[in-house]
Design a protein around this ligand. Structure first.
Ligand SMILES: N[C@@H](CCC(=O)N[C@@H](CS)C(=O)NCC(=O)O)C(=O)O
Length: 212
């Protein structure tokens, strides 16, 4: 029995839910309300001492951090894969590098943009907004280049694409058209949106609570 402790608008939890859906794994979603500080309660800290969602519990195994959870799911439930095959080491590294870049750079950067855009207009720091916009646009240009001649970032649909999906799909809400003048990104987004795992994903939104 799999349980996922999560907050629906958390982009990291969304990464895990995409993988659970790709692998057709059923699970119980245990909501952890970040607005009520439920992630700081002792019973949750016993699962994840860092007090962050998502946390996956699979029978007696407790795993946290979306990347580590997805590796666990790939090891434990290998079909269909969300990483290039064992043996394709270069491609596996490429997938992991993109996932790491999404987690540590792209997602937090879009998160900062969400926080700034959520402020009343008079309180927004326009210089910071412009810097963040430009940063996101630069990443999109880079991805457009990396997607040249490719359906997905690292071979088949993988954790590389899954890492970007949650924040990529809400850029429109922030006034960024990811596809404009980026034909490869445009095709990539369309291919991702065809997948039931993405179509059924709950919580895709520019929620400042889950942006930190
Ligand atoms: N590296 C972690 C990041 C998880 C994370 O930052 N979760 C946020 C919600 S989106 C959280 O729980 N924040 C609460 C806090 O840090 O106090 C992962 O990939 O799972």
């Amino acid at each position: 029995m799999i349980k996922l402790y999560d907050f629906l608008s958390c982009p990291y939890g969304q990464k895990v839910r995409i993988v659970l859906a790709e692998k057709s794994l059923s699970y119980d979603l245990v909501p952890v309300d970040l607005t009520q500080g439920e992630h700081r309660r002792p019973e949750f800290l016993r699962l994840n001492p860092f007090g962050r969602v998502p946390v996956l519990v699979d029978d007696d195994t407790v795993v946290y951090d979306s990347t580590i959870i997805n590796e666990y799911l790939e090891d434990e439930y290998p079909e269909p894969p969300v990483l290039p095959a064992v043996g394709s080491s270069a491609l596996r590294s490429r997938a992991r590098l993109f996932e790491d870049f999404a987690d540590t750079s792209f997602t937090p950067q879009v998160g900062q943009l969400i926080v700034e855009v959520s402020k009343p207009e008079a309180d927004r720091d326009q210089n910071r907004l412009q810097r963040l916009h430009q940063g996101v646009e630069r990443v999109l240009d880079y991805l457009n280049n990396e997607l040249k001649g490719q359906q997905f970032l690292a071979g088949e649909f993988s954790v590389a694409d899954i890492g970007f999906a949650p924040r990529l799909l809400i850029l429109g809400e922030l006034g960024i058209d990811a596809s404009a003048n980026r034909a490869n990104v445009d095709g990539w987004i369309k291919r991702m949106l065809e997948r039931p795992s993405i179509q059924g994903l709950q919580g895709i939104s520019a929620d400042p609570v889950a942006a930190g």
